[in-house]
Design a protein around this ligand. Structure first.
Ligand code: AVJ
Ligand code: FE
Length: 356
């Protein structure tokens, strides 16, 4: 899937820094391979690094996104053969390991394999964020705008769902794969609230802009006749009024909710509602919550601090759900995404709640 995503692109496009806040695609590709080499080939397989110091340049913490195109990273055929080489070794190592009943917590239930898969799938979404900036990108696969699932939610009555107050189990339980930040599962007390059954649409956002002078989402432009067009991937298309608004930041999302006489949900309210069955919470847009990205009580970093722990704090806001660009394998109700409140290159939208 990763290779299919970059198939329509030239090496020059892979090596271009389109934005200070996103990596050139060549870096994502090398980083995906290097992360797999680090955990599956070196750590589990006990092999020496394939390419000396290479790992340094693919460390996401050491190398801010704006600097990644200046690094001596792999490019072109070298990059492709490195990725193939890693995968060959990974499969060799897989033949050697014993996953069942392992007392190594990395191997138990195949944890580290799930981790590497999830990591690659998540980077597919990051790469799709960059692809929005590439002129005339023609995807190998396209999502049809709207679908049965969408029609079944929009226009449904009542428009909100009441979530009763009480103690809700939040987070992933012991079994199966989840990131460290989703654990431990714990009870959170919630007051009753009402949640919108669908995320805010483009029509709603236009009303908000006209009323308050708020900014349009990223990739919107005036069409000359007072309306709006979207320009992602170098295409110009009319803004579809019925689609969820996407590419808005946390600050604007919060202002929208206030303007609508509502507020953003906390991430716990969001998770409780997702389990209670409010619809269209997955596969449309990530939904900003009012919650800071913080550790759950009893959190333990696993298997490394740099996935979650170093990002905990009030500067990052939590997003919940998933977007059209999220791979199935990383979609679950307990999943926590996060970003800075001013960021909107991600596929971020809004859903409001109201106290009752
Ligand atoms: C969970 C999307 C915030 O991209 O920084 C990828 C995912 N972590 N490689 C990020 C991630 C390490 C992470 N987000
Ligand atoms: Fe990564």
């Amino acid at each position: 899937m990763t290779l299919r995503l970059v198939e329509p692109l030239t090496d020059e496009q892979l090596n271009t820094a389109y934005s200070d806040i996103l990596s050139p695609l060549a870096w994502d590709l090398g980083h995906i391979g290097n992360f797999e080499e680090l955990w599956l080939v070196q750590t589990i397989g006990g092999r020496e690094p394939m390419d000396g110091e290479l790992g340094r340049f693919y460390d996401a913490i050491e190398n801010p996104r704006s600097t990644r195109n200046e690094l001596p990273i792999l490019r072109g055929d070298e990059l492709r053969s490195y990725m193939e080489g890693v995968r060959e070794r990974t499969l060799e190592v897989l033949d050697e390991v014993e996953l069942e009943d392992s007392d190594d917590s990395l191997l138990r239930d195949g944890f580290v394999y799930e981790l590497i898969l999830a990591h690659e799938l998540q980077h597919n979404e990051t790469m799709l964020q960059l692809v929005q900036m590439v002129e005339r990108y023609e995807p190998a696969e396209r999502h049809a705008p709207g679908g049965e699932h969408e029609l079944s939610v929009r226009g449904q009555s009542p428009h909100t769902l009441l979530i009763e107050g009480g103690g809700y189990e939040i987070g992933a339980d012991e079994g199966g794969f989840a990131y460290d930040n989703e654990r431990p599962r714990h009870i959170v007390d919630l007051a009753p609230f009402e949640i919108d059954r669908a995320p805010v649409t483009n029509a709603g956002w236009i009303e908000f802009m006209e009323d308050t002078g708020a900014e349009p989402p990223l990739y919107w432009q005036r069409n000359g006749g007072g309306g709006w067009v979207r320009t992602a991937m170098g295409e110009t298309r009319d803004v579809d009024q019925s689609q969820p608004v996407v590419h808005v930041d946390h600050v604007a999302a919060t202002a929208f909710a206030e303007w609508a006489g509502k507020r953003l949900p906390t991430e716990f309210e969001w998770e409780a509602a997702a389990r209670a069955g409010a619809l269209a919470m997955m596969g449309e847009v990530w939904e900003w919550t009012s919650s800071d990205f913080q550790a759950y009580p009893g959190f333990e970093a696993f298997p490394y601090d740099e996935y979650s722990k170093v990002f905990f704090g009030p500067e990052h806001k939590v997003l919940r759900g998933s977007s059209w660009a999220t791979r199935q394998g990383v979609i679950r109700t307990t999943f926590r995404n996060w970003d800075l409140p001013q960021r909107r290159q991600i596929f971020s939208g809004v859903r409001c709640v109201r106290d009752v």
